[in-house]
Design a protein around this ligand. Structure first.
Ligand SMILES: NC(=O)c1ccc[n+]([C@@H]2O[C@H](COP(=O)([O-])OP(=O)(O)OC[C@H]3O[C@@H](n4cnc5c(N)ncnc54)[C@H](O)[C@@H]3O)[C@@H](O)[C@H]2O)c1
Length: 426
């Protein structure tokens, strides 16, 4: 049984629930959150269980455990992952893997030196449709990828109080438009198994809704990515009014796509393969297929059951299952670096930027001191604005109002609902 510690008590709930459903494969032994309210809530939920609770990561990391789940702030995963790997712990990292190129290099090297499992938690790859798309792609059903699109559009205005708490400097307020790119880009990378070689970035410049919520960035980000075989990917993510999770992959022998889903998960996959075989009307590879999760327990997990599968693969990998479908540290960077560098492209008037392959140690030196990002603690003199045209002035009253709404939500029980909406077991 794999002993797991969880850092971060909001999204971390999903991984805690996985352990409970894992039929003895994994067990949560420690939970850490430096927000006393969050820790208190976890204590209440797990009253009587053999779990130790920590408010300080320095104490938590000393606990007797095999692996750590990092569900802390999205821009702070790399330093915690590196510390855990150096301590000999396996690491499951929530999105994103790091926030700058220097951290990417440090993280890769820590994973290599540790020999431990590093698994990137890009659960959208394991939603019913992208998961089935990968299986079909590997079978060669649509031939070789030529073009693909991925969308992760989430209008978060109504839930912004419950996910930023009125904190001006919360990472969701400070991130740049192309930062949170792996929900849209990741599945296309995982399906194709190919490496990105260059990117052009775009930033949605209308950001009134963002400013109203307290966020500095452009409204949405786009990465146009070229893969090593010449295929082009379009990845769009961020805030448009109507939500969408959607993927389409065009190959040399056909196309597969999801039904566009506004509420969370798509269960239908449209396949149009071998269109010109002369058997179009009754060809088995043409049609709409229900790929919804059939297992009742797994279906109850967030994001169409993907929250279960991604943790299950991590635990299997630790247990020596060689073909467990984990996203390793190199693939994590293939999913993330295009978004990071897309913003450089935006800041440079839309010029293409080469995406380096950090698998090659010789390539790494160029990036060891590249700390450009939107987090002043890490970037220091390389600090980038969160919005390419300069950060908007947002008055304190915006955050006061968000905080007021958050307090009110907590008091009427929406607090729990908000945690659930982050992908916990419903
Ligand atoms: N894959 C998905 O579908 C999905 C969905 C939601 C969130 N997430 C990811 O989960 C992560 C957490 O997001 P969230 O929504 O839970 O909100 P969040 O980032 O606001 O919460 C992080 C939690 O970690 C705690 N924390 C942060 N730094 C800490 C430290 N040094 N020591 C102890 N505790 C610390 C905070 O107190 C907070 O409770 C992010 O990386 C986010 O991108 C992923």
């Amino acid at each position: 049984m794999v002993k797991i510690g969880v850092l971060g008590g909001y999204r971390g709930t999903s991984m805690i629930n996985y352990c409970a459903a894992s039929s003895g494969k994994a067990k949560v032994v420690a939970i850490c959150d430096n927000n006393p309210e969050v820790l208190e809530r976890q204590k209440k939920i797990h009253d009587g269980e053999d779990i130790t609770f920590y408010g300080d990561f320095n104490d938590f990391i000393e606990h007797d455990m095999d692996a750590v789940v990092l569900a802390n702030y999205a821009n702070e995963h790399a330093p915690f992952a590196i510390r855990c790997l150096k301590k000999g712990l396996h690491v499951f990292s929530e999105v994103l893997p790091c926030q700058c190129m220097a951290e990417a290099v440090e993280l890769i090297e820590a994973a290599e030196e540790s020999g431990k499992v590093y698994a990137y938690g890009e659960n959208y790859c394991f939603m019913p449709v992208p998961r089935e798309m990968r299986r079909l792609y590997k079978e060669g059903r649509i031939g070789e990828i030529e073009y693909a699109e991925g969308e992760y559009i989430h209008n978060c205005e109504s839930i912004w109080p419950s996910i930023t708490y009125g904190e001006r400097d919360h990472w969701r307020n400070r991130m740049f438009a192309t930062f949170y790119c792996t929900h849209s880009l990741g599945p296309m990378i995982h399906i194709s198994g190919l490496r990105p070689v260059s990117v052009v970035g775009f930033e949605g410049t209308k950001n009134e809704r963002r400013i109203r919520s307290g966020s500095f960035s452009g409204q949405f980000g786009i990465e146009m990515v070229t893969l090593e075989n010449g295929a082009i990917l379009k990845s769009i993510h961020g805030d448009l009014y109507t939500n969408s999770i959607w993927y389409a992959v065009y190959g040399s022998k056909g196309r597969m796509e999801a039904d566009r889903e506004a509420a969370g998960v798509s269960d239908t996959l449209y396949l149009n393969a071998d269109r010109y075989s002369g058997e179009y009307s009754d060809h088995p590879d043409v049609g709409a297929f229900d790929v919804s999760e059939k297992n009742d327990v797994i279906r109850r997990f967030g994001h169409g059951g993907s929250d279960y599968y991604i943790m299950d693969a991590f635990v299997d990998k630790i247990n020596g299952v060689d073909n467990a479908d984990v996203i390793d540290v190199y693939e994590a960077m293939d999913m993330f670096i295009p978004g990071l560098l897309a913003y450089r492209s935006v800041l440079n008037g839309g010029a293409p930027v080469a995406v380096p392959d950090l698998r090659d140690p010789a390539v790494r030196d160029k990036y060891r001191d590249d700390r450009a990002c939107c987090d002043p603690k890490v970037a220091k003199e390389q600090l980038l604005p969160s919005f390419s045209k300069g950060n908007p002035d947002i008055p304190d009253s915006v955050y006061d109002e968000i905080k007021r709404r958050w307090e009110a939500e907590k008091n009427d029980g929406a607090y729990v609902k908000a945690a659930m909406s982050q992908g916990s077991l419903k």
